[in-house]
Ligand binder design. Structure first.
Ligand code: ATP
Length: 273
């Protein structure tokens, strides 16, 4: 089967209201929305708009969601691609894909390009590379660097990239004029977990005894993606039991189920368990 070149969404509906918590990250990233909306306000004194920002944080914490919200708030198209898609590619395909992505985004500028899991393609070059093994990845990374350098600062394209391994990135990616801004995104604290649960419970029929604070207290270590999962599982569990609303027991069962899923995943990662 032929994989899509990349995803392009012309009208993004996600806004900052869909992103709960992440107060600091939102503040920092709001500046990028301004750059996209009113570039000349910033460039009139000779300043250059940054080309890219790196979102750093553990899986499922809302990096993709936040990047999408930037596009939604600025009213610009969202082009996305995942670094891991490049890993198993034939010679030359990755580099061509990067060029294509930038070409299409430029045609639609102003626009956001989002590169998820940039570490998959952006690991330091020449480190631990087996002969012939990493050449294709390095070609792709080189083509990404060339594209980033190739467009002017006033092209209306801003590149957001996400990673949970900033330590392995090739330093070339972090140089001025590339991903020179870094925004860190942490797992939610109890207050943010409550806010995230509320976002995802908004459209559920809830029993009036449901205590969101209590659920937030019972989910330490959960990322936003897991909380979204809890909320959805609870609704399915209640529906399976033919209930008319989702109650605390359903949420409790959903939390257990999500914890069970996480434990399984961890077992696969750490075989000594
Ligand atoms: P990964 O690194 O695994 O790609 P990510 O950090 O990009 O993860 P997202 O894909 O943005 O995480 O999050 C997955 C889903 O989890 C979102 O679509 C959303 O439903 C939910 N979610 C995560 N964080 C938040 C948040 N802060 N507020 C509301 N929902 C969230």
């Amino acid at each position: 089967s032929k994989a899509a070149l990349f995803d392009a969404e012309n009208r993004v509906k996600v806004t900052f209201n869909d992103v709960a918590g992440l107060q600091e990250a939102k503040e920092e990233i709001k500046e990028i929305v301004e750059f996209l909306k009113e570039p000349t306000k910033f460039t009139r004194l000779g300043g250059k708009i940054p080309k890219g920002a790196l979102l750093i944080g553990p899986p499922g914490t809302g990096k993709t969601l936040l990047a999408k919200a930037v596009a939604g708030e600025a009213g610009v198209p969202f082009f996305s691609i995942s670094g891991s898609d490049f890993v198993e590619m034939f010679v030359g395909v990755g580099a061509a894909r990067v060029r294509d992505l930038f070409k299409q985004a430029k045609e639609k500028a102003p626009a956001i390009i989002f590169i998820d899991e940039i570490d998959a393609v952006g690991r330091s070059r020449g480190k631990g590379s087996m002969p012939g093994g990493n050449d294709e990845r390095e070609n792709t990374l080189n083509s990404l660097l060339v594209e980033m350098d190739g467009f002017g600062t006033n092209s209306g394209i801003i590149i957001l990239a996400a990673t949970n391994r900033p330590d392995v990135l090739d330093p070339a990616l972090l140089r001025p004029g590339r991903f020179d801004r870094q925004i860190s995104i942490d797992k939610p604290d109890i207050a943010d977990r409550e806010a995230i649960l509320k976002v995802h419970m908004k459209n559920l029929k809830l029993d009036k005894e449901v205590d969101v604070k209590k659920l937030a207290a019972q989910t330490p270590g959960f990322a936003g993606a897991e909380l979204a999962n809890v909320s959805n599982e609870a609704a399915l569990i209640a529906a399976r039991k033919n209930k008319n609303s989702v109650d605390m027991q359903d949420f409790q069962d959903a939390i257990d189920r999500v914890i069970g899923g996480l434990e399984k995943k961890n077992k696969i990662i750490s075989p000594q368990e």
